[in-house]
Design a protein around this ligand. Structure first.
Ligand SMILES: C[S@@+](CC[C@H](N)C(=O)[O-])C[C@H]1O[C@@H](n2cnc3c(N)ncnc32)[C@H](O)[C@@H]1O
Length: 207
């Protein structure tokens, strides 16, 4: 059974698209995509040989070792083919930003960073990608921001850089609570400004 987070990522993948999962780890996402007939054109990569041995075992358990391609690669370095969409998920923003420094990026990307999401949003802007869809998913008491990008320009305002473009009211309420706690602790004015901005965002989202 794959996580709610990975299922949400899978929900953003266009049917029958050619997909590459960068940093696949257990290959859970590729296996889910194949078994649920979302697409059969899947490559999974990882920088670690050891991880790939495990991925291969999981593919074999699912009789998919001849269906899903595995590549050992640091980011896109050993990736020669072109893909419709790449998934880069479950890593820190700085690792993701390094991986994005490639001339072989597809026109569509699904990004899920474990931290510094505002820095990543800014970086994606600078790389001329715009947000197509953003999800804020609660999985085992933790929120994950999953962003589907497509080629194109967009100017994000400060609120969008900080808080994203999801439509999840509960996520913004969670951020509001977090900023309230941080303000009480530190009395730092930036949290007061975040609180006002988040209240504004929450009021505008219909139930
Ligand atoms: C925490 S796992 C995330 C697995 C999966 N993508 C997910 O979202 O559940 C991170 C994986 O990324 C791999 N990784 C880290 N840096 C990488 C890089 N530069 N290129 C490819 N894989 C990388 C690690 O070896 C590890 O298997």
């Amino acid at each position: 059974m794959i996580s709610k987070r990975l299922k949400a990522i899978a929900s953003l993948i266009d049917k029958n698209s050619k997909v590459i999962d960068i940093g696949t780890d257990h290959a859970y996402l590729p296996i889910f995509l194949y078994n649920n007939k979302i697409t059969t054109k899947i490559t999974a990569t990882d920088v670690s040989e050891k991880v790939l041995e495990n991925s291969f075992k999981n593919l074999t358990k699912n009789e998919l070792e001849n269906k899903i391609k595995l590549i050992k690669s640091d980011g896109f370095n050993n990736v020669c083919e072109k893909y419709d969409i790449a998934v880069i998920a479950g890593m820190g923003a700085h690792t993701i930003i390094k991986i994005l420094n490639s001339s072989n990026l597809p026109d569509k990307l699904i990004i899920q960073s474990n931290n510094n999401i505002d820095i990543l949003r800014k970086n994606m802007n600078e790389l001329n990608y715009k947000i197509d869809k953003e999800l804020a998913i609660l999985d085992k008491n933790k929120y994950y921001n999953i962003i589907k990008y497509e080629k194109g320009k967009e100017k994000l305002n400060n609120n969008q850089l900080l808080f994203g473009k999801s439509n999840n009211k509960n996520y913004y309420k969670y951020l509001l609570e977090k900023n309230n706690i941080l303000y009480k602790k530190t009395k730092n004015e930036k949290y007061l400004s975040n609180i006002a901005n988040l209240q504004n965002i929450i009021e505008k989202i219909l139930d």
